[in-house]
Design a protein around this ligand. Structure first.
Ligand code: NAD
Length: 506
């Protein structure tokens, strides 16, 4: 049985783990590997490696740090297929989707290649007579990332390239469900010329996470996962005096107005609802049909789903793969009867979908639950599977009000041909990422990714300009070189700018 372990100080770290997790191939239901779970000692070893690598790494020139990012970019391109294969084997998503995940992660590395530009400070000459002021952004030290199962390469890549390019050293704790991609990333980071100890990986579960949250040498924690854990991470790490960004779950609404191109909206709903088997934090999970468009949307979605190939992610014909574990698959499927019992209608039943794969895989075809109302559990829970709920409302105002009352605020989309409605929507809607005729509005790497309300705890979003801010501290330097020796002690607060103000009438 393949054993998956940690990466500490530039090499694999095979400890004597007393606890392990099982890794499955979701398309066959067969266990493919055993992953070591770190205890406090392994986390301490990773943090110690990162801590001792920090002084030299932060003193390494920007030219060398950005050169390492360029090298990493080339290596990721060269190994993209291999990373995608690992994702397919452990997560289950189809190969083209896994390749897309790697491509979106790569964009962040490309952004990090410009770190010299991104870290530029500001300079003011002559703030007062002979006094100049400039600003610096400096790394924090050892920082950590804790990531979810649904993007085993992309979410770590949202974090560590910018963190290390900014001069920090990093400890990653990936999901225990699909841990292999993290180790290939670690090998590529090393091959890119990043010194030992700058990037480390510890595998594990809550034990490893709790040690990270309380380790005194870790200065900041980035987390992506479910809302309950995000809240816990935020509260615990903040209490320990760390900087935290904790991105949580979602319930993304896709609003369809009667003036939208319904063929286009239905296609978008299928991609955004069922891509990656709905295991995306930006998946559309609630379809809000305004003013009678519901029936046509259901029929168009049904027609597309009938032709949709659900099967093994290694097969190029597959459009949607299995769910990540048997337990998760069963929980997601249970929402069909929960919805029905509450009075909703199962319009498309994924349990009956033909599967092009091993019958022991964790399969569930695309599902659509119609006539869902706001108080139903299928509406309030984040299902995180290929289940679209349709809520029917009368007006665009009702649709916006529905989104506002929802506790999450990750992504939201509107499909319309009315520019005025779209403009009002983008202004008023309570969400961090808005799509206008775009169902999955994940921002490009030079913007930042993050939700509002229960979808993010903390102030700064991940990657992009916010990512640079999160992984650095600002410093303002006030300096005086001219007229040294002419200083006369005064105990009043320095207010040089006022002193320099020209006298009235001059
Ligand atoms: P999860 O919250 O179960 O796990 C995330 C990480 O936290 C993993 O590394 C896991 O080992 C760790 N963890 C789990 N339970 C813990 C506990 N009790 N204490 C400490 N650590 C714990 O999430 P998941 O199931 O891996 O991923 C799916 C969730 O992630 C969904 O809710 C999804 O919406 C969310 N997600 C959010 C975003 C975003 O950007 N907002 C992106 C991707 C995924």
């Amino acid at each position: 049985m393949k054993r998956i372990t940690h990466w500490i100080d530039g090499k694999p770290f095979v400890g004597d783990a007393r606890r392990h997790g099982k890794v499955y191939n979701p398309a066959t239901g067969v266990q493919s590997a055993e992953v070591d779970f770190a205890a406090d000692d392994e986390v301490n070893a990773a943090v110690a490696a990162a801590f001792s690598a920090f002084p030299e790494w932060r003193a390494t020139s920007l030219a060398r740090r950005s050169a390492a990012m360029f090298a990493l970019r080339e290596l990721l391109v060269a190994h993209a297929g291999e990373i995608a294969d690992l994702i397919v084997a452990e997560h289950g998503k189809v190969k083209s989707d896994a390749a897309g995940e790697v491509a979106r992660g790569l964009e962040v590395v490309e952004f990090a290649c410009g770190i010299a530009q991104l870290l530029k400070g500001e300079f003011t000459e002559g703030a007062s007579t002979g006094v100049n002021v400039h600003s610096l952004r400096q790394p924090l030290g050892v920082v950590a990332g804790i990531t979810p199962f649904n993007f085993p390469a992309m979410v770590p890549l949202w974090m560590f390239p910018l963190a290390i390019a900014s001069g920090n050293t990093f400890v990653l704790k990936p999901s225990e469900k699909d841990p292999s991609a993290s180790l290939l990333l670690a090998e590529l980071v090393a091959e890119a010329g990043v010194p030992n100890g700058v990037f480390n990986v510890v595998q594990g579960d809550k034990v490893a996470v709790d040690r990270i949250l309380r380790h005194p040498d870790i200065k900041a924690v980035s987390f992506v996962g479910s809302t309950a854990i995000a809240r816990y991470i935020y509260e615990t790490a903040a209490h320990e005096g760390k900087r935290v960004q904790a991105l949580g779950g979602a319930k993304n609404h896709m609003i369809v107005l009667p003036d939208a191109d319904l063929a286009d909206a239905a296609e978008a709903a299928v991609s955004a609802g069922f891509g990656s088997a709905g295991e995306r934090c930006m998946a559309a999970s609630v379809l809000v049909a305004v003013d009678g468009v519901g029936d046509e949307l259901v029929e168009r979605i049904r027609a597309r789903v009938d032709r949709l190939t659900v099967g093994d992610g290694t097969n190029a014909a597959s459009e949607m793969g299995p769910l990540v574990t048997r337990e998760h698959r069963d929980k997601v499927a249970s929402y069909l009867s929960i919805g029905q019992a509450a009075g909703a209608t199962v319009a498309i039943d994924g349990r009956e979908h033909d599967i092009a794969g091993d019958p022991n895989g964790f399969w569930l075809g695309p599902c659509l639950i119609d006539n869902v109302t706001e108080e139903m559990q299928v509406y309030t829970d984040e299902i995180f599977g290929p289940v679209l709920s349709m809520v029917r409302v009368d007006t665009v105002d009702d649709a916006i009000a529905l989104v506002q009352r929802n506790g999450y605020g990750n992504g939201v989309a509107i499909f319309t041909s009315d520019g005025g409605a779209a403009q009002r929507f983008e202004t008023e809607v309570e969400a961090g990422m808005v799509g206008i005729n775009v169902a999955i509005p994940v921002p490009v790497a030079y913007y930042s990714f993050g939700g509002w309300n229960d979808s993010l705890f903390g102030d700064l979003h991940v990657y992009g300009p916010d990512g640079v801010k999160f992984y650095t501290r600002g410093k303002a330097v006030t300096s005086r070189w001219a007229n040294i020796g002419q200083h006369h002690a005064t105990l009043s607060f320095p207010a040089n700018a006022t002193h320099d103000r020209p006298a009235k009438g001059t």
